[in-house]
Design a protein around this ligand. Sequence first.
Ligand code: CMP
Length: 831
Amino acid sequence: MHQTALTVFTIAGLLGVVSFLPPAAERFAIPDSVLLAVVGIAIGIATQIPAPYLSGGAVRDIVGTLQHFGLGAQSLLYIFLPALLFEAALHVDTRQLGDEVAPVLLLAVIGVLVCTLVVGFALWPIAPVGILACVVLGAIIATTDPSAVVAIFRDIGAPRRLSTLVQGESLFNDAAAIAIYSLAVAIMTGARPAHPGDGILIFCRQFGGGIAVGFAAGWLVMMVMPALRSSRLAEATLTIGFAYATYIVGDHYLHVSGVVAVAAGALAVSAEGRRRLAPSNFESLVTTWEQLAFWASSLIFLFAAMHTPELLLHARPRDLALLAVVVAAALAARALTLYGLIPVLSWVRLARPIGGDYKLFMLWGGIRGAVSLALALAVTQEPSVPPEVRQFVGVLATGFVLFTLLVTGPTMRPLMRLLRLNQAPPAEIALRERVLGLSLATVRNQVEELARAHEIGAEITEEVVAGYRRRARSPADIAEENAQLPAESRTRTALLVLADREQEYCLEYFEGHTVSRKVAAALLSHVARLRDAARSQGIDGYQEAAARLRRFSPWFRLALALHRRIGVAGPLARELTYRFEVQLAARFILKNLTVFNRDQIGPLFGSGPSNALARQLELRLAEIDRAIAALKLQYPRYAHQLGAQYLARTAARFEEQSYRRLRAESIINQDTYEDLLRALRRRRRRGEARTRLDLGLKRQELVRRVPLFAALDDPTRQAVARLLRPRLAVPDEVIVRRGERGDAMYFISSGAVEVRLGERPVQLGSGDFFGEMALLIADRRTADVVALGYCQLLTLAARDLDRLFGAQPALRDHIRAVAAERSAAAVSQAQ
Ligand code: CMP
């Protein structure tokens, strides 16, 4: 047979074998990778059998091909690694990863360094090779494979945060380990200078550069994505090309870490893709990658595991002692990171604490997988590495991977049970059963009705219905059973149900074009936070997370700073527009949730939890109402437009639903249906032109509105206006802070502020001014001044004060008099 045909035949055979492994792994409740390793080793043993002893042409052909398989470890990495990394990154919750950057990078980068060094130095005194070889081994075994752990987390319903930590860690620790590994191998083979300082520099450049290149490339790909006109196949293909090209370009042309670049790029595609692609397209993209990654991880595992018997044949008894040291050192290194470094991060408030039981699970659950095996193989195939090092690294790395797969893997579930991690949400499981029971009651009724309609005998019907009757439950049963659960866990479960419903509403709003993609993404990530908080901290956590919607995002702060420092108002207007859209949509959703709580949660969970939830919803609504009221006060026209836009979008959604119904009932034909939809889409697009918020910061206009300047004639007022700068203050913004040095004073053109003077705050409104005392009397600000709503202010810089006062003596006298009065009031209050 032709060589290519043989290779294809061999791979087809391997894929055939692989396809049976996931179901078998599920059947025996062990991680997929464990089974893959076992099968790989079995195939490896088979390849050791000399050809004449093999029977059958096909088997002999396959084994013969495997014996001389041309793909080296480096090629394996090139072919399979981008797929593995890209797919892993697609599954990471990028929003949450953003919140957990510090612990993830610590676990990934510092954790890998710690593992590399601890393993390296623990082995060095007893190893037959130099320190560099020990370090290479340390780097190889530092890469964790998250799939088994994440699968277990998913089963037990662990908080998403933990999955994010584990996934994020493994994504970047692959990258960090490969970067360290390549560097150490290069130094060992004399390709790079052996200076440790250089090493650190190169690592930083490789890692940092990889992130920058990856993000830039990912962002670029998302920019060109719209040109593909929503073709699913084209979109998936573009991302595949992107992943591989980024890997090669990063590695070979830009000399940054290709692995890091692919991981960072995939994160960018994942974050942007979720927002920009149609949800069904994104789903199909993920499915494509899942398929690719499944092939990649299975084949890389088989290929790498196949070489294990050959490697282990060269093992000596002493290697067993060395392996014991590696295992102990790797565990110690992981313990050092988890118990020594993570608490420091929590202590400096860069990360939320991680529970002790989860830490223990992460310590033991650090399974190593295909990447470690492939790297070990790469060392054994590197001709410039001395033979004793090849042998040392090959045997020990493979031995360690096998240890984690064969000892750690199967013991993870028992450990989980021992730590009682699987008992975390008993109330949730109970609830699931009950809701299922309720729907089964409906099924039972339907079956009975069907049997009656078709005149099926009572006996046969009873046979079918009996099973349903046992499992079915009535709403009254459920309410009664739920009443027996402790109140706290009932409320917690009810909160989770509420969060799920909220998520559904967000998705409905998005799919029905009621809210934009960006707004939907913000709402969805808010719900995800609520859900996580409710799960881990109950109602208090929920309340705390709910308050986050009010907080200003970093982008908002940046826009505000731009406006304040250089007077650019565009980004601020955009951020405000977006903020109001989010709040308005959240308000509609909250209204729906209130009804859902009353009608659905109340009967299922009882009045206690339902009332507690109602209180939370009220608090959230009150908060949003306050924000919207503030908006209406300053920008009534815009608030009105926003409401109208929302109504129009909802109307369009209803219209689309009704067309769909008419089509489904064949009242209109396909052509008419499509015509109607096209027209609707056109109208939608026209309506999409966003209602822009005009901040109304025209200088002349604002100056005219301040009574102090109103009496001035036009040319004088214009001259005065040139000294003043418009500024918008947002609700609760601290405009002036007590004790700071004063650099400007402010005139209120519209809005209100509060001067926080001890127990008796003073409110100032349109036409008033503040901030003059630090310029005229004291050197420092005498009080906090906080915006009560949106305020349009005019700022006069301290350096322009004399110019204004010189030109306007009357104004000067007035301001001085007011300042003296305020100062006197302060003195008398102090007495
Ligand atoms: P300054 O001290 O620069 O910053 C705080 C400002 O609060 C102060 O200037 C005044 O403009 C204002 N302020 C202080 N005391 C009073 C007061 N009694 N009544 C009104 N405004 C005041």
